[in-house]
Write a protein that binds this ligand. Structure first.
Ligand SMILES: [Zn+2]
Length: 133
């Protein structure tokens, strides 16, 4: 009689322990959902489409880069003055990846295109080209 009672109490402990473990693993699974959701917003940055901005820079950084490029490249100042008009006072400007094959440069805003429907940008890389964005 005493032998069969002991078996019953052992089974009861095991039975009640199992739902607790199940609840814990459920909580852990719920906690994992948030980091995965945050990562799903990243592809916008890493998906570098040629017409989408790559990053942005302050107007001071932009002006310094353009001033350096103008001083390094013959004819760039003339190109900018004949094909573009000065930018107005934005705090930040977009920076694009240069679309030239093999050129690691970035495109910096230098002015507005003469018709003002595009931003006149200059590559700071090896190709040294200008584009409209
Ligand atoms: Zn380039």
């Amino acid at each position: 009689m005493s032998f069969s009672r002991r078996q019953t109490s052992t089974e009861r402990v095991r039975y009640s322990a199992s739902p607790v473990a199940g609840e814990r693993s459920h909580d852990a699974a719920t906690g994992n959902v948030r980091p995965q959701h945050g990562e799903s917003e990243e592809p916008v940055t890493s998906n570098v489409g040629q017409n989408y901005p790559y990053t942005s820079e302050t107007d001071a950084d932009r002006a310094a880069t353009i001033a350096r490029l103008v001083s390094e490249r013959d004819g760039l100042a003339a190109t900018l003055s004949s094909e573009s008009t000065p930018l107005d006072g934005h705090d930040r400007w977009w920076v694009w990846k240069c679309p030239t094959k093999g050129c690691p440069g970035l495109l910096h805003a230098a002015g507005y295109a003469a018709d003002k429907h595009a931003v006149f940008v200059v590559c700071d890389g090896t190709c040294g080209k200008t584009y409209l964005r």
